[in-house]
Design a protein around this ligand. Structure first.
Ligand code: ADP
Ligand code: MG
Length: 585
């Protein structure tokens, strides 16, 4: 954001309590408390795609821990804050460990179960005051001054809001941030570039939980009493709704969403009983209808809807120069790189790859060809650890790799592209390519949140730019990947694979959808790669493209290797001609 915008925000922050009536200060405090929680959900759900119905229970954990330890044991709230965060942290890690490794809806279900059970724990434990809760919490003292009034808390609460906002903003614009942003749309791609997606999900679940717990601590000392009501499942759903309404993937959306919902709820609680003539939580009905309308007409939420009209998407700053990232030593020409031995893959009764063997030497471009459904992409998935072998083995530079997960395989120097393009469509080209270099850097979430990663980040983006230039996409550096033609998106995939600094690169139909000139440029690039010591395994459909380029060919048909040899030999091989023309006869 511009300097002027920040100055206005700071000024607003400082003077609001002076110019607003108390009622509005109170409202602002509630909005702030909810914003902290919604910000966590923007990270977890909006960006990371993991839904939690348990945030209110984490708020309750922070609130109850401080209520209990300050009133019963007389411990300072500044200590109980950290006890609350620690307890919440342990719970999120346990819940995460149980549910996050499983795909599907285990996290939402797990958090619902946790939410309901914790509510009854709060309500039924005598030590926690049952439904009446705990009262008489001490105020907060800061530099000898006691925070008592609503405006005192206003300053503290909104300081926390801005702290959370800035840290999440920083985080999303970083190496771990790109990993988080690539969780949506399947973990396969991120894992193929070394991201441990289960761990990343755990981190953001923890982060969101800690923010909720912090909000609970503030809430408890602001109101000076706690009871179970605000920490139930419906409160969790409201927090989710806030994140969605504002724009689930936008950090300002969290605050706008918290604002809209808090004010609306206040207003409906006044209005609905008058309309209906009875008291009750009727606002829930309106919220439900709103939710449906929103999902129907503005899935991205309110903020992106408005922002798209008025704001240009933010560009990442790519440095003019930076210290190059460390590079792998290239193997000597002729070294045995890849050994595939009797690789077999069965899908139920279908044998997609039937005991196929071949070798690949350093400095070679090997073409893997065959008609549709021959098993070429499956072969790629076996080599890169995306699919487990039914039998057989794969060795890379003498070491077995069919027993290790894909994120370990890329670490050894094998990078790939996907036949079905797996770019993050709303991320820019340079950011997509930077995901490829994930393993060549190391700064984590804490460093990124605190902006202690800038030097490394500059090196990463500089490397990404280098690969974008190398693949001839310089003009599209800052374009959204999804805005490129499909053929160009494939080339972005090549750039991303190159950013991993591979010694072996696997390309699955990179020339599909390219125009003639673009194909010539791609062939030129692949030859240059070979000269730079990168070994290439190329799956391709386009015979003309392959024949002039590769050193050797392996031909597959119905899962079997039917031929292997020099392009000239393959062109005249009767079995190959039969396989390619057989279906046409
Ligand atoms: P190619 O890339 O050579 O066109 P594939 O490797 O994609 O072929 O597919 C080989 C065969 O395996 C096809 O018959 C395809 O339908 C089948 N197949 C591929 N992936 C799966 C899967 N995940 N589950 C079941 N069958 C699959
Ligand atoms: Mg394929």
């Amino acid at each position: 954001m511009k300097r002027g915008g920040i100055a206005i925000l700071v000024l607003l922050y400082l003077v609001l309590p002076w110019v607003m009536p108390t009622f509005y200060v109170t409202l602002a405090n509630y909005i702030g408390l909810a914003s902290i929680i919604a910000l966590g959900l923007v990270l977890l759900t909006g960006v990371g795609g993991q839904t939690s119905f348990g945030q209110a229970a984490f708020v309750g954990t922070g609130a109850y821990v401080t209520a209990y330890f300050t009133t019963v044991h007389g411990i300072s709230p500044w200590i109980t804050l950290f006890i609350g965060l620690a307890v919440t942290g342990v719970i999120t890690l346990l819940l995460g460990a149980i549910t996050l490794r499983l795909s599907g809806h285990y996290l939402p279900l797990g958090t619902i179960a946790w939410s309901i059970s914790l509510f009854y724990v709060f309500a039924n434990l005598q030590g926690l005051g049952g439904y009446n809760g705990l009262s008489g919490l001490p105020g907060l003292h800061l530099f000898g001054y006691e925070l008592t009034s609503g405006s005192d808390f206003y300053y503290l609460i909104w300081l926390a809001v801005f702290g959370a906002l800035i840290s999440i903003h920083n985080l999303l614009d970083s190496r771990p941030g790109r990993a988080i942003r690539s969780l949506r749309g399947g973990a396969g791609m991120a894992e193929s570039f070394g991201v441990n997606t289960a761990v990343v999900k755990m981190w953001i679940f923890l982060y969101a939980g800690l923010l909720a717990s912090l909000s609970g601590w503030l809430y408890a000392h602001y109101l000076r009493f706690v009871n179970p009501t605000p920490f139930g499942l419906n409160a969790s759903i409201e927090y989710l709704f806030m994140a969605v309404i504002g724009g689930a993937a936008s950090i300002w959306g969290a605050i706008i969403g918290a604002g809209i919902l808090t004010i609306l709820k206040q207003w409906l609680q006044d209005l609905m009983p008058r309309l209906i003539g009875r008291t009750g939580q009727f606002e829930i009905i309106v919220f439900g209808i709103l939710m449906i309308l929103l999902l129907q007409y503005a899935r991205q939420g309110v903020v992106p809807l408005v922002a798209r009209r008025f704001l240009k998407p933010r560009r990442v700053k790519v440095p003019e120069s930076a210290v190059a990232l460390a590079q792998r030593a290239k193997p000597a020409k002729g070294e045995l790189m890849l050994e595939v031995r009797a690789a077999r893959k069965e899908f139920g009764g279908l044998i997609a790859v039937n005991d196929v063997s071949f070798d690949l030497k350093a400095g070679e471009i090997l073409g893997l060809i065959g008609p549709n459904g021959a098993g070429k992409s499956t072969m790629f998935n076996l080599i890169t650890g995306v699919l487990p072998l039914t039998s057989g083995e794969v060795k890379f530079r003498g070491e077995r790799i069919d027993t290790i997960p894909s994120r370990q395989i890329v670490r050894r120097g094998i990078a790939r592209t996907f036949q079905h393009v797996q770019l993050r469509q709303t991320m820019s080209v340079v950011e997509n390519v930077a995901i490829g270099a994930y393993l060549r850097a190391s700064k984590g979430m804490v460093a990124a949140s605190l902006r202690l990663d800038r030097e490394e980040e500059a090196r990463l983006l500089f490397e990404a730019k280098k690969q974008v230039d190398r693949t001839g996409l310089s003009a599209h550096l800052h374009d959204q990947a999804g805005s490129l033609a499909l053929g160009q998106q494939r080339i972005v995939e090549v750039a991303r694979a190159l950013a991993a600094d591979p010694t072996l690169i696997l390309l699955d139909e990179p020339a599909a959808g390219l125009r003639y000139n673009e194909k010539v440029a791609l062939a030129e690039l692949l030859r240059r790669l070979r000269d730079d010591g990168v070994t290439v395994l190329l799956v391709e459909h386009d015979m003309d493209f392959v024949m002039g380029l590769v050193d050797r060919l392996v031909v597959m048909d119905f899962g079997e290797k039917i031929a292997e040899g020099l392009p000239g030999e393959i062109q005249t091989n009767p079995a190959v001609i039969e396989a390619y023309l057989g279906g046409v006869e």
